[in-house]
Design a protein around this ligand. Structure first.
Ligand code: F6R
Length: 622
């Protein structure tokens, strides 16, 4: 989704904003822009396409001896929702009177009504003419209207921001500059993330921490409907009644390196390779001291009759995988729902239900809505989140943090693995609290979990076979993934990963479902990735593999299958073996091979792996 960065301080704002925009590229965008408070007022450059195109425009300005420069500015990467990607629809938007410049992330749901009202006044010679097709321009025009036209409180920027916030419906994170206030940058948000970074050389606003990590680790997390008035050496906060608020900064633990590629061709590969450390850190967050351990110790599971898990995309797949583990260990009924469905289905939950929300970003609109739906029905909510200070982290009754660090590639890898491991550990702890596992059994399972990072390292040390096999798969139009039981759950994630970055059509099926329709899609040289870690189901999944092979398909078998020997491999069946692990934890190993497979297929196709087309990292709109 869109990305916002703003700066006010001693340095030239332009390189800081461009650098920040680059750090936000991962969120997905199709145009970008920057507005600087220059010597002659607002100086705006907007450009459809990648940031490189915007940079080219800035370089031309330099060559023409007209460089963009100033100490206050806002920048934006736009992911088009209302109006096509174009220069004019890009942000920042400046009102017709050239008084207010705005960058916006979110959706203004009542923009049509507001626009009509503002345009209507044109007939009275006071109205405005809109330049773009966007909902966001309404904010700039409306702000100017309040700032310039009304008698009451006219000319007061904070009053203006309050009035705009009260008038718009929908979600927003805003960075605002006013022509009469060359020393002030305003930030305000509702249902969209915005942080404020503070440093000795200036202060920042940003959609996400990686945009400011190079300059500071001290950040304020802005809450909904809080206004920040940011100057070079100070930040003041107000509520919507214009009362001052006291907020304190938090220190970010993420390192600057984590937002750099560090020699890897893509963030995705770097993040895949980081998984042993991420797993270790996440496991330690439960076994050592700290916030996660406290949640594990304090949550009273005996009061719950049911667990519901709601999430989107890969986070949903982590939930589906965890369902098998919770049900096996805890004998509790677990429902998994796509968050976008959960919120509208009138879920059957009450104060005896624990609703688990899984989200890397903590800002996914549907998952936030699912959490609020759960709370409104009296259910307890527990979130598993990667981003400190995010909405889901703050609003859930309990929050567990995945120690994945910033995840930049759009396709999630390390955060998914961290979610899985936290969910396994939660299931183990719940089973112990419910009296279904002795303390000894619990410890034994934790010991097995603690060995997972080493097993993942072993897979990552031998990627040649996967890489070689993947290089033969670029021509497929369609690739299927099958598995049974928990292998089916992780097949869903393998399929999602492949389609999002390689653009190859893909579906995942439970092995037993094949004969109920899907097998009609299998023809000569179809590829069926088959996952087999459940020893008791080996015979069944292998017979599914044989059924597709007899219809001309090729099988890539991934798993820990002691029955496979050299003779089993044929021209039609290629086997990648995994280290031994209990069935219930095997997804943590399978997924690494599936991630690498997708990565290498996409790399062989020469695709933009970190920023797949049409996708955004953090889906902050419905
Ligand atoms: C897939 C992927 C998405 C996210 C989904 C939820 O690789 O990254 O499917 O998993 O958009 O996002 P979060 O976890 O931020 O709620």
């Amino acid at each position: 989704m869109c990305g916002i960065i703003g700066y006010i301080g001693k340095e030239d704002a332009v390189p800081i904003i461009i650098d920040g925009l680059k750090k936000l590229e991962y969120r997905g965008y199709d145009s970008a822009g920057i507005a600087i408070y220059g010597q002659n007022g607002f100086d705006v450059v907007k450009q459809k396409g990648r940031l490189a195109a915007l940079e080219e425009r800035l370089s031309s300005r330099q060559l023409e001896n007209n460089p963009l420069s100033g100490h206050l500015g806002i920048g934006h990467t736009r992911w088009a929702t209302h109006g096509e990607p174009s220069d004019i629809n890009s942000h920042p938007h400046v009102g017709s009177r050239n008084k207010i410049a705005v960058v916006h992330n979110g959706i203004i749901e009542n923009y049509r009504q507001l626009k009509e009202r503002l345009e209507y006044s044109v007939q009275n010679s006071e109205g405005v003419t809109f330049a773009s097709q966007t909902d966001s321009e309404v904010i700039a025009q409306l702000a100017e209207h309040y700032y310039c036209m009304d008698n009451v409180n006219a000319g007061d920027l904070i009053d203006t921001v309050i009035r705009v916030s009260n008038a718009v419906e929908g979600s927003y994170a805003l960075g605002i500059m006013c022509i009469d206030e060359p020393d002030v940058l305003i930030a305000v948000k509702k249902d969209n993330p915005l942080i404020i970074g503070v440093s000795d050389s200036g202060n920042f606003i940003a959609s996400d921490v990686p945009a400011v990590l190079k300059y500071t680790k001290e950040v304020y997390y802005l809450n909904d409907k809080e206004i920040a008035v940011i100057r070079s050496g100070s930040v003041q906060f107000f509520n919507m009644d214009k009362e001052p608020l006291h907020k304190t900064t938090e220190t970010v633990t993420w390192s600057m390196d984590s937002a750099e590629k560090g020699g890897y061709p893509h963030f995705m590969l770097k993040e895949i390779m980081e998984q042993p450390k991420v797993l270790r850190d996440t496991i330690q967050s439960v076994l050592g001291e700290g916030a996660n351990k406290n949640v594990f110790d304090n949550i009273c599971v005996s009061r719950f009759k049911k667990i519901a898990i709601a999430a989107c995309g890969s986070a949903y797949n982590a939930g589906v995988t965890a369902k098998y583990v919770f049900e096996k260990l805890c004998r509790l009924s677990v429902e998994t729902d796509l968050a976008s469905e959960f919120r509208y289905k009138d879920p059957i939950i009450d104060n005896k239900t624990l609703v688990i929300l899984v989200s890397q970003s903590g800002e996914t609109a549907d998952t936030i809505a699912a959490m609020r739906e759960a709370k409104s029905k009296g259910a307890a909510t527990l979130s598993i989140v990667n981003v400190l200070g995010s909405t889901i982290a703050k609003e859930a009754d309990y929050c567990l943090f995945t120690a994945a660090g910033p995840e930049i590639a759009v396709a999630t890898t390390k955060a998914f693995s961290a979610q899985l491991v936290l969910l396994y550990m939660l299931a183990i702890r719940f089973a112990h609290k419910l009296g279904l596992l002795t303390e000894y059994d619990e410890q034994e399972l934790f010991v097995e979990i603690a060995a997972l990072p080493y097993k993942v390292s072993a897979i990552l040390e031998q990627t040649d076979a996967i890489q070689k096999y993947a290089s033969t798969c670029v021509g497929y139009k369609s690739i299927f993934f099958i598995g049974r039981n928990i292998d089916y759950a992780i097949a869903l994630e393998g399929s999602l990963k492949l389609k999002e970055i390689s653009y190859i059509h893909s579906e995942a099926y439970a092995g037993g479902e094949l004969k109920h329709g899907t097998i009609s899609l299998v023809e000569e040289n179809t590829l069926v990735v088959t996952i087999s870690n459940c020893a008791s189901l080996f015979g069944k999944i292998m017979s599914n593999a044989q059924q597709v092979i007899s219809r001309g398909a090729k099988v890539l078998l991934i798993g820990n299958c002691s029955e496979i020997d050299d003779d089993t491999e044929t021209e039609k069946l290629y086997y990648i073996s995994l280290p031994h692990v209990s069935d219930i934890f095997s997804p943590s190993l399978s997924v690494v091979v599936l991630q690498l497979f997708s990565y290498y297929v996409a790399a062989n196709k020469g695709l933009d792996i970190d920023k797949p087309r049409n996708l955004a990292k953090s889906v902050t709109v419905e």
